[in-house]
Design a protein around this ligand. Structure first.
Ligand code: F6R
Length: 579
């Protein structure tokens, strides 16, 4: 995912580049392969290249650029390879219009053809480069920057958050969005635009949320938001309850470990949403069907939600990957609650699905990012209280999503026993975290692997999927999460003495069946690490290694606790690999 930032400092003598650099560093969790900054002090200065921020900074000294305002970008390529030319900002031919863009344009080929026929020369292979050329074309036709930008936007088909500066109309930053996130920040000394709040939280907690199609103009006098017809409009200023300290790494070496350690608090704070969730449950009345929609880790939380709602509340529940949603959309109706699970509240596939679902059905968004697009568009919202998550891999927001889903299912099913059990979860997680050194030791025995399998049944199946995803994403080791009963239908053939198999074995009704599957992989000499309950002598005897969890953690609430050692395993195996 690309990320954009813009800042205008009220004091003309001050240099904005160090601030822009710090803000794009805060966007690095989105994943990127190039970085760039444009500042203005009478002419536009640009420094950009492919590579990680520290490398590019060492080469180009990104903080050393003149001017009190500018824009910056981290790029995750969607159109065009990672290269200096393709890094943003993208410029017009005279280097007097600079543009940063997050999103992708479907019709850039057609626009590029038209611009080339008009004599414009392209330096990059990005979709974005059509934007500065179109603005230039319309300015050449006599329009001012704002009108040229508006006319350009009308030509674009796709998703975008765009920020523009121009030499001709200096001292302002123009920005707009469609299907990509954009926030405005206001501090005593500066005005900001940003793809997300954590990027600018060191400078301000006062945020404005521009709607799609609105035009944002930042200048030294303030923030102006114009509607699609060009009329200035009043926007509400929100004060975000996150602090710079919450978004900082503190003394931890990586965000991932900081956020794993924050999970007991994420559960406790999310349990504080109980009254809000009860209100939603009361308002919903009788729901016949539920359909969860999500991507990645949030999809795994949704799968747990399906098992819970069907098992406890006896409500027919589907789970759909957001990118595959169109094949389900036609079956929705007013009696189906469509639940969107998302850390960011911005994921494009989920947003597209939400827009379709809300035409026919009541919608609920369970998201972590306050003020995100999903909170604006869904009928009901539950904010998970994990605080800002900056690690690339979702950890504490996943456990917070699960907490919100368990509360929702518990309240819907009127299951006091389950709800009371949730209040013990922070304690169970703390016990796991206290033993993280055991996982650190285990990681040395598993970091050699090229392939791993994670097996779980019932509520432990999503745990297996999530454990495998975390390992793949962070350590780059191939891992597969499998429903343990399904392994014999093909992939068992892959198991041999070189393959570690992580078996999720909480106590409960699925235990014995999973044990049969453990025996199957043991018969093929797999290296078995079982995550099981304290005192589980059988698992200890049949596995090479075990990591134990409080025996009071039932299979039903296992996803909230058994996932944590697997997050730690992914983290420590990765450290071991890079050591
Ligand atoms: C994995 C991870 C991703 C996200 C996915 C959905 O660690 O973070 O799989 O879960 O991209 O993102 P959200 O939850 O923001 O919609």
């Amino acid at each position: 995912m690309c990320g954009i930032v813009g800042c205008i400092l009220k004091d003309k003598q001050k240099s904005v580049a160090p601030i822009l650099l710090e803000c794009v560093e805060n966007l690095d969790y989105r994943g990127y392969d190039s970085v760039g900054i444009a500042t203005f002090d009478g002419s536009i200065h640009v420094k950009k290249d492919k590579g990680k921020i520290p490398e590019v900074d060492e080469k180009l000294d990104l903080a050393d650029m003149p001017g009190n305002f500018g824009i910056a970008h981290v790029r995750w390529p969607s159109t065009g390879i990672a290269s200096k030319e393709n890094a943003h900002p993208q410029l017009d031919e005279s280097d007097s219009i600079a543009v940063v863009h997050n999103g992708s344009l479907k019709n850039y080929d057609e626009l590029k053809g038209e611009l080339i026929a008009d004599g414009f020369k392209f330096k990059s292979t990005t979709d974005t480069e059509v934007i500065p050329h179109l603005i230039r074309k319309y300015m050449n036709e006599g329009l001012d920057l704002e009108h040229a930008f508006r006319k350009t936007i009308e030509r674009l088909d796709g998703s975008y958050a765009i920020a523009v500066i121009s030499k001709e109309e200096s001292n302002k930053i123009l920005a707009t969005r469609y299907q990509s996130p954009l926030k405005i920040g206001i501090s005593d000394d500066a005005y900001f635009i940003s793809s997300d709040i954590p990027a600018i939280i060191n400078y301000t907690r006062k945020i404005i949320l521009p709607a799609e199609g609105e035009m944002v103009i930042l200048d030294e006098d303030g923030v102006h938001v114009h509607d699609e017809d060009g009329n200035e409009i009043e926007k509400e200023i929100l004060v975000i309850p996150w602090t710079a300290q919450m978004a900082s790494k503190g003394d931890h070496p990586y965000y991932m470990i900081k956020e794993i350690l924050e999970q007991p608090d994420a559960v406790e704070f999310t349990l504080g949403e109980r009254e809000n969730i009860q209100r939603i449950v009361d308002d919903l009345g009788d729901i016949k069907n539920i359909c969860f929609v999500a991507c990645g880790t949030s999809y795994h939380a949704s799968l747990t939600g399906k098992y819970l709602l069907q098992h406890l509340a006896k409500i027919k529940t589907d789970v759909v990957l957001a990118s595959e949603f169109k094949y389900t959309a036609d079956t929705l109706d007013k009696d189906t609650l469509v639940v969107f699970i998302s850390q960011s509240g911005e994921t494009l596939d989920s947003m597209n699905a939400l827009r379709i679902a809300k035409e026919t059905s009541p919608t609920l968004a369970i998201v972590n990012n306050i003020g995100s697009s999903m909170t604006e568009e869904a009928k009901y919202t539950i904010i998970t209280q994990a605080g800002p998550e900056k690690g690339v891999a979702a950890t504490k927001t996943y456990i917070a999503q699960l907490t919100a889903i368990y509360l929702f299912a518990g309240l819907l099913a009127n299951d006091e026993k389950l709800i009371n059990e949730l209040y013990n979860v922070p304690g169970y997680i703390r016990e796991v975290l206290k033993k993280s050194s055991e996982i650190e030791v285990l990681s040395k025995r598993y970091s050699f692997a090229d392939d791993l399998f994670y097996l779980g049944r019932g509520f432990s199946y999503p745990i297996a999927l999530e454990g495998a995803l975390k390992l793949k994403e962070i350590s780059l080791i191939h891992a597969e999460g499998y429903a343990s009963g399904e392994l014999k239908h093909g992939p068992l053939a892959l198991i041999n003495h070189k393959i570690p198999v992580i078996v999720i074995l909480p106590p409960g009704s699925d235990y014995e069946d999973t044990m049969v599957n453990l025996e199957e992989v043991k018969a093929r000499k797999a290296i078995i690490l079982s995550i099981c309950a304290e005192g589980d002598a059988k698992a200890e005897c049949k596995s090479r290694d075990v990591f134990t969890v409080n025996s009071k953690v039932s299979e039903t609430i296992a996803p909230l606790v058994y996932t944590v050692p697997l997050q730690l395993l992914a983290y420590y195996v990765t450290l071991e690999k890079v050591a």
